[in-house]
Design a protein. Structure first.
Length: 151
């Protein structure tokens, strides 16, 4: 993910060049940066995951309530057998249209994976920033963060 940043060429001391990462700064370097930062992406993904988990909990509770009511009904076994047959037919139809894997509609595992990837990217960016700061301060050789980047 590209973000706006300043580049200081080694052959031109004191010079700074803006490397735009968003359209706003590419058009006007003095405009406010509109980049999405990794920390923002992690927060957004966590919120999305929390909402998806809440929806899953509510749907699961509603399904448990419905199942309980059906089981208590005199024709409960027949109703559950018919529901299973309808579900199998629907899944077979979806698979026939190349839509296998659409169940469930909310893929919590994918959301967790994306949040973990964003967190890992944020950790790497923080490490890169620390190495950059060591380089600016002139003690890159003793910078402990450089070991992190070698792995």
């Amino acid at each position: 993910m590209k973000t706006c940043h300043w580049y200081e060429p080694a052959d031109e001391p004191g010079a700074r060049l803006l490397i735009p990462g968003c359209a706003a700064r590419a058009v006007d370097p003095d405009d406010d940066c509109a980049c999405t930062h990794t920390a923002d992406e992690v927060a957004r993904l966590r919120e999305e995951l929390e909402q998806a988990e809440q929806i899953q909990r509510c749907a699961s509770a509603a399904l448990d309530d419905l199942t309980g009511a059906v089981v208590e009904h005199a024709d409960g076994r027949q109703i559950l057998a018919r529901a299973s047959a309808i579900r199998r037919a629907r899944l077979a139809e979806l698979a026939g249209h190349g839509a296998a894997g659409l169940e469930p509609d909310i893929d919590l595992a994918d959301l967790r994976r994306r949040a973990e990837q964003a967190e890992a990217a944020l950790a790497r960016i923080r490490a890169l920033h620390r190495v950059h700061q060591c380089a600016v301060d002139g003690h890159l050789g003793t910078c402990p963060t450089a070991e992190i980047l070698d792995s």
